[in-house]
Ligand binder design. Sequence first.
Ligand code: ADP
Ligand code: MG
Length: 229
Amino acid sequence: AESMMIQSDKLSIAGQLAAGIAHEIRNPMTSIKGFIQLLRSGFGSKEQYYEIISSEIERIELILGELLILAKPQGIKFERRNIRVLLSQVITLLNTQAILNNVEIQTDFRDQDMDVECDENQMKQVFINFIKNAVEAMPGGGMITISTRSLEGELLIDITDEGSGMPEDILSRLGEPFYTTKEKGTGLGFMISKKMIEEHRGTVEVKSKPEQGTTVRVMLPAVYNAAAI
Ligand code: ADP
Ligand code: MG
């Protein structure tokens, strides 16, 4: 019964995605077509049309890039990893972008003796997505706190920002494919991350208050690592 449920769950996500993809790609396509016609007509500013066409193509590339991550499960390899090491690598990767946005990332890693069984690339992708959202929620800069601790055989990882937060209507649509409030957003990052965590038998919880910030909590089954003490 369990595998049946997983199967039908996947189908509905695929169905939702297919409808979304068609829509999300048709819009920039229509616009590209229109501007090519304008170019042909010789009317108006050529340079501006080229600008728009290339930014619409970039948008399609961005969407396809995120979808390809989702469509690549054959490369998944579950290995035992220390989540603090993994998080530190992700933070190093994002630090330049954070600094450019006046964002500081601080860590509070507790319970050093817990590891997780995970696909390293997927797990990194998940935290990249969540931390990017935290950075993007603080256009004026601020602090992101990433903390870890263990609780009853689970590892809790909190990503807390002091950003815009989310009102109830946005919060309830979070994770819906292609739902975004950003001009350059895809609305895929959260959904993909949540799905990846669930494939690791984990869960994602979000607490958010408008103007007060957001905490994304990832919970994963933990493995005790005596060697780490
Ligand atoms: P994207 O980042 O491309 O918009 P996501 O799926 O990552 O897509 O997020 C969907 C939406 O959820 C965002 O557009 C934003 O409105 C909201 N959101 C996600 N994370 C946060 C956060 N940390 N703070 C405030 N809003 C957030
Ligand atoms: Mg995002």
